[in-house]
Design a protein around this ligand. Structure first.
Ligand code: NOJ
Length: 736
């Protein structure tokens, strides 16, 4: 019945679209398309990296878009060649990887996800757009929506972590921020949802690797953020490098046509990833570059980023009848439509004096600082050592304490390190600081200055050790098999601890590292990820107690990389954890050949993670009551009204991220043990309590079931409202 309803609705939408009067933009596109030669059309489908040298191609109508040029004068020169000197005067579309800020760098996206605050994320994206468009960039390759469950994968830094729901919320916030309400506004930047799809599921966390994802998993886990942002009007989409079940995404007609266009009805523009069309040759999917161009366009790609295959072979392919002109017109239509929507025909040039006026504006820096404050996760605080509000003299040490370039993190091409404020600089305004670097960079193994560091720790009231990863150790093509602290950083923490003073460790990294052994050598640990331009002042405020941590982990922290992939919202095995796990040290010598515990776990690391998804402490304490459900017998059309009493029982005014989880107990297919379905940031004064209520439509419990239908299956459910994915009291409800 539901399937029939779905088909009828789709048919109605298609009919309505077909009969709808053409928009002004569509009319302009048709008119221009009618004047274009085949060569000019193919030129629009070509994206090249570079600045001034591309002017020649633009003049000849051989390029539709450029990337990696952010010099306004060069951009204007290319634009002049396209607009004033080419036959049809079609402007080029200028693009860039503006991932977490343009000049003002915000925390890396994984850090932004830790804020659980779509408002600050949207604000960050808006500021990124204001700064980038002031330099002439009107298209960013962001947000990255790849659900990522293996911290060995370097690109976990660029996404929102392991949870599809959080991914949706962060993706929507970024698209809203970049694009604003109206793409033709000169400060609007077209978003690019990427990488479609499954790129984060690379085998073993090795970048670019193969993936094996079932259609059901794609639909339940990897599609939702793409579907939600596509529905919300994301202007463009990028295909991914990986293959799924043997088909590279750039040549996957099912993904790019059946799903994206026919099922979702999305009408934006599709670009390949960098040479991902050409890379189909190495995959063994295309015979040569010509074949890859044919496969990509026929699969539904509109624009080729840097394979040169379209520009070299497309005309031939059309003449040979291997690619139809209808496919070419479809692609060019999508490209021209975006250019009209962005107002590029009316407004192709950028004011070359503008960027100097907007870059690093005080309000941009203030927002970046707030985002960095909210993204820091307090993982440990023994004896309430933090905040350090009473001490005077502190030792500051570690390779990340004064590393202005590294703290910006991956994909911060245009951030200038001269504008970064480091923790050392910011802490000097709050304390008497003894500065001893200890190590020069995160991989440094030279321990010769350790005795000096330890002596300095003895003279201080407390020691702050800044460790983590250099920016280059995470991001694209930076996967690691061992994700503990590099170099002699763990030894540095241990050495400082020997002085017997309170030790606070701050970790600035691109992924959740395996920091178990380091926790044992410190009193407090603040995990700030790479916090961006204003990381220093943000961390100083948190250390001093002028701000209170509220970040929550967007990815599970592991004891050991060998546990990866590990995520809270997994399906259950037939032998789930039952508390009888035997660990390595419990096994007698010459033990008999018996099964141990018989559940799914590792003998050395046990069953659980180091810290679960959603975890993060505060300087205050929050007490949760038992969740209440207004009416626990529901139908598909109802809304679940669930609430919890939250009380701040500690001494600090603070914000708690209250999280709502649900489990569908029995399904036609196995369902995850828990799924995030909502969250709220709630600020409470000491002693204050509040009833926090969630209104969750039952329809949001839908999933792709055994018949590959998107339905809510009637049955029993469990619900939790808690401060992380591993706590809270369960309550039951059912759907008839
Ligand atoms: C390759 C990356 O995978 C993609 O995310 C990025 O946008 C392009 N290069 C362009 O730099």
């Amino acid at each position: 019945m539901k399937m029939v309803r779905y088909v009828v609705v789709c048919a109605a939408i298609l009919w309505a679209v077909a009969c709808a009067p053409k928009s002004e933009v569509d009319r302009k596109v048709d008119e221009l398309l009618g004047q274009m030669t085949l060569q000019e059309k193919i030129g629009q489908m070509n994206q090249l990296s570079g600045g001034a040298w591309v002017a020649e191609q633009a003049r000849n109508g051989m390029v539709g878009s450029i990337l990696n040029c952010v010099d306004p004068a060069e951009i204007n020169a290319v634009q002049k060649a396209a607009v004033e000197e080419s036959r049809l005067g079609i402007p080029v579309l200028v693009s860039r990887d503006v991932i977490h800020g343009f000049r003002t760098i915000f925390p890396i996206p994984l850090g932004l996800a830790a804020t659980f605050d779509p408002d600050i994320v949207e604000q960050g994206a808006r500021i990124s757009a204001i700064e980038a468009t002031a330099s002439g960039v009107r298209w960013t390759f962001s947000p990255m929506l790849d659900v990522a469950r293996d911290p060995r994968w370097g690109r976990v830094a660029e996404g929102s972590g392991e949870d599809p729901y959080l991914d949706v919320q962060m993706g929507l916030a970024m698209v809203r921020g970049y694009q604003g309400d109206d793409l033709s506004d000169p400060t609007a930047m077209a978003a690019c949802i990427k990488h479609f799809v499954g790129y984060g599921a690379a085998e073993g966390g090795r970048d670019y690797n193969s993936t094996m994802i079932s259609e059901r998993s794609l639909r339940n886990t990897y599609f939702p953020a793409f579907k939600a942002t596509a529905d919300a009007g994301a202007a463009t989409l990028m295909t991914s490098f990986n293959e799924i079940d043997g088909i590279p995404s750039t040549g996957n007609r099912w993904l790019l046509k059946d799903i994206l266009r026919d099922e979702w009805g999305w009408d934006g523009m599709v670009v390949t990833d960098w040479n991902s069309a050409g890379e189909m040759i190495a995959h063994g999917f295309s015979r040569d570059l010509k074949h890859s161009a044919e496969q990509a366009v026929n699969a539904g790609v509109d624009m080729d980023m840097m394979s040169y295959g379209f520009i070299q072979y497309m005309e031939e392919l059309v003449k040979e009848g291997k690619v139809s002109e209808t496919e070419i017109d479809r692609a060019v239509r999508n490209i021209l439509k975006l250019k009209f929507e962005l107002g590029l025909f009316e407004n192709p040039y950028v004011d070359e004096t503008l960027s100097a006026q907007v870059d690093y504006a005080p309000e941009h820096l203030a927002a970046a600082k707030q985002a960095a404050i909210e993204s820091a996760i307090l993982l440990q605080n023994k004896g309430g050592v933090l905040p350090l509000d009473k001490v005077r003299t502190i030792l500051v040490t570690g390779p990340l304490a004064d590393a202005p370039y590294e703290q910006m993190g991956t994909w911060a091409f245009d951030g200038q390190k001269e504008h970064t404020v480091t923790p050392l600089e910011a802490l000097r305004k709050e304390y008497d600081v003894i500065w001893e670097p200890g190590l020069k960079y995160s991989r440094d193994k030279d321990k010769s200055s350790f005795p000096k560091v330890r002596a300095a720790a003895s003279r201080a009231d407390a020691a702050l050790v800044f460790v983590g990863e250099e920016a280059i150790l995470s991001g694209e093509a930076h996967s690691l098999s061992d994700i503990c602290l590099q170099g002699a950083q763990s030894e540095l923490i241990a050495e400082v601890a020997k002085a017997g003073k309170p030790v606070v460790v701050v970790v600035m990294a691109g992924r959740p590292l395996t920091i178990g052994r380091d926790l044992a050598n410190c009193d407090a640990m603040l995990y700030s990820f790479h916090p961006g331009t204003m990381g220093g002042p943000a961390i100083a405020d948190l250390i001093k107690g002028k701000a209170v941590p509220s970040g929550k982990s967007p990815m599970t922290f592991l004891h050991d990389a060998g546990q990866a992939p590990f995520y809270y919202n997994h399906n259950n095995t037939g032998r789930p954890c039952n508390g009888t796990e035997t660990l390595l040290e419990d096994i007698p010598i010459a033990a008999g050949q018996t099964s141990l515990g018989c559940t799914s776990y590792y003998l050395d690391t046990g069953y659980g993670p180091l810290f679960p998804f959603g975890y993060g402490l505060s300087y205050t304490e929050f007490e949760y009551g038992k969740p209440m459900i207004e009416d626990a017998d529901l139908t598909e059309d109802d809304v679940i009204m669930a609430s919890v009493e939250l009380r701040n029982t500690g001494k600090y005014e603070a914000t708690e991220v209250v999280q709502l989880y649900v489990r569908d107990l029995v399904g036609s297919v196995v369902r995850p043990v828990k799924e995030l379905k909502g969250f709220q940031r709630v600020q409470l004064a000491p002693g204050e309590s509040r009833t926090v209520t969630f209104a969750l439509p039952v329809s949001e419990l839908a999933f792709w079931n055994i018949d590959m239908e998107y339905v809510v299956e009637p049955g029993d459910f469990t619900l939790w409202i808690a401060g992380d994915s591993d706590s809270g009291e369960p309550v039951a409800f059912s759907v008839k």
